[in-house]
Design a protein around this ligand. Structure first.
Ligand code: PGA
Length: 259
């Protein structure tokens, strides 16, 4: 069986996205994949879709490994990238286009992650332009939004997220080609997670903006211990996992918590 296209992911699947960030060499990926594949192929009853987002250097390798993969039951496993350029091709040294990602078999691309917004000064308009390119290439975009600690302290988190969504989603965004990931910046890599009430309130707010059907993920220090509560909060359609996605057992436990 070939690594399935994103259209194989059904509405009842929780989306479990592993953002490996800038971590791992081939040997790490090989070992992690072997563990993930062994565990996930045994998941015949749990309904989730796992999207692995390795660094660009490992995309082809991970995708190739999935080509040989037989996923039984309801589990779907695909590969996604962590960023793309807004142009199709051209003089953009060091960049990778959405068409290139689609060409090697990616189904998804993360856009507007806070580490891109902060470390690379990416603005909403740029995220939106990248999303247009990604949709044209047939990729599903995972568009990240989230407030800083200071913004939450000032009580402006809903306004901040509204403005990020309005600025970062292009007109061509649909529930089929777009996923929102709410990641409060103060929860990313810190071990702090938003309370269930905070998550529920923000996700209800985002739902009111994007309408029914579009997936809304939560991200920020998701781990095996808190995944079940988060994944069963209303309007949470999956999770975006950073640190814990580097440990196969932890990522599998998070995915299984969607049952
Ligand atoms: P974390 O990262 O799970 O390590 O907090 C999440 C993310 O940045 O996507």
């Amino acid at each position: 069986m070939r690594c399935p296209p994103a259209s194989e992911i059904k509405p009842h699947h929780k989306l479990i996205v592993g953002n490996w960030k800038m971590n791992g060499l081939k040997a790490d990926a090989r070992a992690r994949l072997a563990d993930l594949i062994a565990a996930m192929t045994a998941d015949t009853d749990v309904k989730y879709a796992a999207v692995l987002c390795p660094p660009a250097t490992l995309l082809g390798y991970v995708r190739q490994a999935m080509d040989d993969l037989y996923i039984c039951g309801e589990v779907v496993m695909t590969v996604g990238a962590q960023d793309c350029h807004s142009a199709q091709s051209g003089a953009y040294t060091g960049d990778v286009s959405a068409a290139m990602l689609a060409d090697i078999g990616c189904s998804h691309v993360i856009l507007g992650h806070s580490e891109r917004r902060q470390g690379h000064a990416e603005k909403d308009a740029q995220v939106s332009a990248k999303a247009v390119a990604a949709h044209q290439a047939g990729l599903v975009t995972i568009i990240c939004v989230g407030e800083t600690e200071a913004e939450r302290g000032a009580g402006t988190q809903l306004d901040v997220v509204t403005s990020q969504i309005k600025g970062s989603l292009p007109a061509c965004a649909t529930p089929e080609n777009t996923v929102i990931a709410y990641e409060p910046l103060w929860a990313i890599g810190t071990g702090k997670t938003a309370t269930n009430d905070d998550v529920a309130a923000m996700h209800a707010h985002i739902r009111a903006i994007v309408g029914s059907g579009m997936r809304i993920l939560y991200g920020g220090s998701v781990k095996a211990a808190n995944a079940r509560d988060i994944l069963h909060t209303p309007n949470v359609d999956g999770v975006l996992v950073g640190g814990a996605s580097l440990v196969a057992d932890d990522f599998v436990a998070i995915a299984r918590a969607s049952a």
